[in-house]
Write a protein that binds this ligand. Structure first.
Ligand code: SAM
Length: 278
């Protein structure tokens, strides 16, 4: 029988956040594949986990994946952990999990902490719909471009950010999204100097400048989505009317739909109904 591949979430700071099931799994597997074996030593020692470890990181992912899959096929069970939080969430493991599925090996998630969900839950910003962008590109121009592309995104935006880039990123966000857009900076979650601040982008920039928000440690930045603009039926009809003066009804409705974000058949219907009333 093939072994199981466990994907085990570990704490993002506070070691007390590990689950009983995670400890049991890490004790019982044949091998722990860890992003950094030295880093994980603290966690494993704290919970008296004596299982053998093997480094599995972005530089050896390619070559090690097949070796681990062979072990699984031969009946060994393996737990994958990263330095902190949930493996694969901006951490190595995707190739291994994909290869496990390709080889009909059962993948068992052991859920637990992840900085995205931890930050969102305390952000005070809408959480019903959100998108996770991971890290923004390191180069300023590419970062500006990505943030511009997200300008009209109405879902809450979640970013991971490094301390040496947070000031510049927040400035660009203010430039592009405006001073009044709300955001939350979540710093050092679950750790001694945890700080979670929700404010407008301009106020957050001032707090970073004055170091009321310290520029140290690990950060998640959450930004309110853009307000959805709702356009009235009268406005849709007015646009359609202007365009109809120079275009065929089909072309006018198509263009009106593009401008207003309505569906083409909705524009037709509105135009038809208003024609009947006149
Ligand atoms: N796999 C991890 C998870 O599930 O959250 C994320 C790994 S990613 C390489 C590391 C980034 O996550 C950090 O740069 C930071 O943006 C965020 N992060 C991790 N721990 C954090 C914490 N305690 N407080 C705030 N952000 C954290």
């Amino acid at each position: 029988m093939a072994g199981l591949l466990y994907i085990v979430a570990t704490p993002i700071g506070n070691l007390g956040d590990i689950s009983e099931r995670a400890i049991e799994t890490l004790k019982q597997v044949d091998l722990i594949a860890a992003e950094d074996t030295r880093h994980s030593k603290t966690l494993l020692e704290r919970f008296a986990i004596k299982t053998n470890t093997r480094a599995y990181h972005e530089h050896n992912e390619e070559q090690l994946t097949m070796q681990l899959i062979e072990k699984l096929i031969n009946g060994e069970s393996i737990a994958l952990i990263s330095d902190a939080g949930t493996p694969l969430i901006n951490d190595p493991g995707y190739k291994l999990v994909a290869a496990a599925h390709d080889n009909n090996i059962q993948v068992v998630p052991i859920p637990g902490p992840s900085a995205i969900i931890t930050a969102l839950s305390a952000s005070g910003l809408p959480t019903n719909k959100f998108i996770f962008e991971g890290y923004l590109p390191p180069k300023s121009e590419a970062r500006k471009m990505r943030l511009s592309e997200l300008k009209n995104e109405s879902r809450t935006l979640v970013f991971y950010e490094a301390p040496h880039r947070i000031v510049e990123s927040l400035k660009i966000m203010q430039e592009i999204y405006g001073a009044e857009r709300r955001a939350t900076i979540a710093r050092e979650l679950t750790k001694q100097f945890e700080q979670i601040v929700r404010d407008t982008l301009s106020a957050l920039n001032k707090k970073l400048e004055s170091e009321e928000i310290r520029i140290k440690g690990e950060f998640v930045v959450i930004v309110d989505g853009a307000q959805e603009v709702s356009i009235s039926d009268e406005e849709v009809l007015r646009i359609n009317q202007i365009l109809s003066e120079n275009l065929s009804p089909k072309e006018a409705a198509g263009l009106t739909a593009k401008i207003t974000g309505k569906k083409k058949n909705e524009v037709y219907k509105l135009a038809l109904e208003s024609g009947k009333e006149n």
